[in-house]
Design a protein around this ligand. Structure first.
Ligand code: SAM
Ligand code: SF4
Ligand code: SF4
Length: 341
């Protein structure tokens, strides 16, 4: 097992398969226009598979496909099928905004995808339109139903909590998730990449989220981390038996247990969500490097890792958005929708 400078193992990889998205969530892509990655810069499925295989050979056991909106990548089930066949990979998951899941769930399941995480921040149609510009909760609910019908188990629901936007939605989301037997994950609003409107007053600390839900559902009991000590969510059982996860990336970061890194759709490898730069694996692949060289670069990169971006942000005075728009335009790799959430 390869460990970084803080003894954290190389365990999980998030692969962004596209930087494009059909929504414009205000906490992720609030600007009017974007500089997109050129189409010919995207890794081919052969290249993604090759990089993923190298990671798995070095010890990665969990891969999550993300984006942008991963369901916009043409031929995605083909990539899923290739990755699902990698010997040694224990968990292959995908994070989606759910708006196009109804038509894709069955093909993804047939291709061998293990698990889904579906993002939904509000059950109110007008509020969702205001938050995402184009989304409707009706489509996402259809996606939830299609996921269950296709046989997916262990589905999670991601909700980013913003004080003036969706604090009134938490109870409803818990009830919706319980009705579908899926686990809701409440995520603190982070000042990452494209979160240009981020301000501390809009963050709802995980402790407050739990206290509100405990009051509504008759208490909350903290659960142990279970079999995965690297999982970002802390889990709670509410008084009615519903289990929820809370991801306190902003107020109580968990960098000390972070075994994750990220690959962008054009092959940039980032060892932290907050890292200013990453390694250009596409240049390596297209420059003719063999698998031994590829694994050497990954091994060296991980061994040198000392990132703990979210922890370092905690002490920043007058904390605001991480990166100004001018820098995002100069380097789109700094965007959350490019490096993959
Ligand atoms: N488009 C897909 C989706 O929305 O599920 C996958 C990519 S999205 C970047 C992955 C996750 O990041 C989503 O659950 C989204 O809510 C979360 N996210 C994006 N910006 C965030 C922010 N500023 N703070 C916290 N979570 C954020
Ligand atoms: Fe798109 Fe996901 Fe970002 Fe929303 S959070 S804009 S759905 S990439
Ligand atoms: Fe991991 Fe970086 Fe997130 Fe910390 S900020 S949990 S090191 S990705």
């Amino acid at each position: 097992m390869i460990r970084d400078r803080f003894e954290r193992p190389l365990g999980a990889l998030r692969i962004s398969v596209t930087d494009r998205c059909n929504l414009r969530c205000r906490y992720c892509m609030p600007a009017a226009s974007y500089r997109w990655l050129p189409t010919d810069s995207l890794l081919t499925f052969d290249e993604v598979e090759r990089v993923a295989r190298a990671f798995v050979e070095l010890g990665v056991r969990k891969i999550r496909l993300t984006g942008g909106e991963p369901l916009l990548r043409p031929g995605l089930p083909d990539l899923v099928a290739r990755l699902a066949r990698l010997p040694g990979l224990a968990d292959l998951a995908l994070t989606t905004n759910g708006t196009r899941l109804a038509e894709a769930a069955e093909r993804l399941r047939a291709a061998g995808l293990h698990r889904l995480t579906i993002s939904l921040d509000t059950l109110d149609d007008a509020a969702m339109r205001a938050l995402t510009r184009h989304g409707s909760p009706v489509d996402v609910r259809a996606g939830l139903a299609a996921a269950a019908a296709a046989g997916f188990a262990g589905t999670k629901l991601n909700t980013v909590v913003m004080r003036d936007t969706n604090l009134d939605q938490l109870e409803g989301i818990v009830r919706l998730a319980a009705a579908h037997r899926i686990e809701p994950r409440f995520i603190e609003y982070m000042d990452v990449g494209g979160a240009l409107e981020w301000e501390p007053g809009q963050v709802v600390p995980g402790a407050e989220i739990v206290a509100r839900l405990a009051a509504a559902f008759g208490g909350a009991e903290r659960l142990s981390r279970g079999e995965d000590p690297h999982a970002p969510a802390r889990r709670w059982r509410l008084g009615d038996g519903t289990v929820i996860g809370v991801v306190t990336s902003t107020t109580e970061p968990f960098c000390g247990a972070c075994d994750r890194s990220r690959l962008t759709a054009d092959g940039r490898w980032f060892r932290c969500l907050y890292a200013p730069s990453g390694t250009d694996l596409r240049a390596l692949l297209r420059g003719g490097a063999d698998d031994v060289e590829l694994r050497r670069v990954l091994r060296q990169g991980w061994a040198a890792r000392e990132d703990r971006g979210a922890e370092l942000r905690v002490g920043v005075p007058d904390r605001g958005a991480l990166v100004p728009l001018t820098r995002l335009r100069a380097d789109p790799h700094l965007e959350m929708h490019v490096r993959g959430g």
